[in-house]
Ligand binder design. Structure first.
Ligand SMILES: Cc1cc2nc3c(=O)[nH]c(=O)nc-3n(C[C@H](O)[C@H](O)[C@H](O)COP(=O)(O)O)c2cc1C
Length: 203
């Protein structure tokens, strides 16, 4: 049973969350877990102006995903930073290249799940995840979130991401806040939860 964690990260927040999601999925013994980045669409000159080049070195080793690879997975867990309350353009462009997979029903019945990051606490994490689910449903995927069985999402003693829709982190206006222990625990839980469901479906 194969689980793919497919993500875009500009400054490393989603990358850290993707590692935690993958660690969680690896706890399920039937799962072979791989991490992939979606292709960059911005030129280096723009990434430089956005202050992203240094951070991106941390995950340059993660292979870039091809659209065809999606068809080989049983479960796909997508990670995206929020852009104006939606997924980022790099992820949108990647998904918009899956028309052939849609036409052949290649993703029908696979498990799909989403995690996110935004600069501000109420800056659109939930809308990013929920609007991403629309694409997964068009592809015929079985959408899985982050159940309240992960009790860390109920805590109010500290500021935290995480909702029933999926794990998330709050990056701060300058990207100065990295995922907290609670947010990473949510990501691990989601990875394990998805892999557990996929293991039952795809014995
Ligand atoms: C064009 C653009 C739009 C953004 N829109 C939002 C937004 O709507 N709400 C928000 O809280 N953060 C927004 N952000 C901040 C990003 O979500 C933040 O940089 C990201 O979550 C950090 O994750 P990463 O390091 O994995 O890229 C935006 C950033 C950019 C560059």
């Amino acid at each position: 049973m194969k689980v793919l964690t497919v993500y875009y990260s500009m400054y490393g927040h989603i990358h850290q969350m993707a590692e935690a999601v993958s660690e969680g999925a690896e706890e399920v013994k039937e799962a072979a877990v791989e991490m992939r980045r979606v292709p960059e669409t911005l030129p280096e000159s723009v990434l430089g102006k956005m202050g992203a080049l240094e951070a991106q070195k941390q995950f340059a080793h993660v292979p870039v995903c091809s659209v065809e690879e999606l068809a080989s997975a049983d479960a796909i867990i997508f990670g995206t930073p929020t852009r104006f309350g939606n997924m980022c353009g790099q992820m949108r462009q990647f998904l918009d290249a899956t028309g052939q997979l849609w036409a052949t029903g290649a993703l029908v019945g696979k498990v799909g799940s989403v995690f996110a990051s935004s600069a501000t606490q109420h800056g659109g994490q939930e809308s990013t995840i929920l609007s991403f689910h629309i694409t997964l449903l068009h592809q015929g995927m079985i959408v899985v979130g982050l159940p309240y069985a992960f009790q860390g999402q109920t805590r109010i003693d500290e500021i935290t991401g995480g909702s029933p829709y999926g794990a998330s982190t709050i990056a701060g206006g300058k990207g100065e806040r990295m995922p907290s222990e609670n947010e990473l625990a949510a990501a691990r839980y989601q990875g394990k939860h998805v892999a557990t469901i996929a293991a039952k479906l795809f014995k």
